[in-house]
Design a protein around this ligand. Structure first.
Ligand code: HEC
Length: 153
């Protein structure tokens, strides 16, 4: 039984290796991970603002503070040149314009941070205050995605 298992495992590993050979660069995985944490927290805020989730001051503050932290980190190592969707089709949605238009993406990033800070300040002050801060936060995501994120693969 064990020998069979080992044989099967070895076969699976051989089959899997061509996929591993075109490994997605770590920087792409990391920035997509950053965006996923961002989206998870933004989803909490959007959900409350839209009445799909009960308003909870502490949860709203925690989510907004997390987005402030995410928007504050230095992203230099997340966007190495040559990791755009033309160079690595199917591995990323990052458009080459990110590097061509640089530093415009920094402006989009600043808008995201400013909107997150406003959401953080409002989050604990009741549902209406949170709702008032949400459009700017959503617009900051969309503003950058419209300019710099291509279609999914
Ligand atoms: C400064 C630009 C910028 C801002 C601001 C921004 N994004 Fe993104 N986002 C991107 C780019 C570029 C990608 C594509 C990354 C890639 O595929 O390598 C992306 C990808 C994503 C993804 C897909 C991640 C994956 O697993 O492929 C999600 C989800 C996402 N963003 C959510 C958000 C949300 C929610 C906000 C706002 C709260 C936001 N983003 C703000 C640029 C931005």
């Amino acid at each position: 039984m064990l020998t069979n298992f080992l044989k099967i495992s070895a076969a699976v590993m051989v089959l899997a290796s061509p996929v591993l050979a075109q490994d997605v660069p770590a920087a792409i995985k990391a920035r997509e991970g950053l965006m996923q944490i961002n989206a998870l927290n933004a989803g909490v805020l959007f959900g409350m603002a839209q009445g799909k989730r009960d308003y909870d001051a502490d949860a709203a503050k925690a989510a907004a503070s997390n987005i402030v932290l995410l928007a504050s980190i230095n992203q230099m190592n997340l966007w190495p040149e040559g990791t755009d969707a033309e160079a690595l089709p199917g591995q990323t949605r990052a458009l080459p314009a990110i590097w061509k238009d640089y530093p415009d993406i920094e402006e989009k990033s600043k808008a995201w941070l400013a909107a997150a800070q406003a959401a953080e300040a409002a989050a604990g002050n009741g549902l209406e205050a949170l709702q008032a801060a949400i459009p700017a936060l959503g617009a900051s995501c969309k503003g950058c995605h419209d300019a710099y994120r291509g279609p999914g693969s």
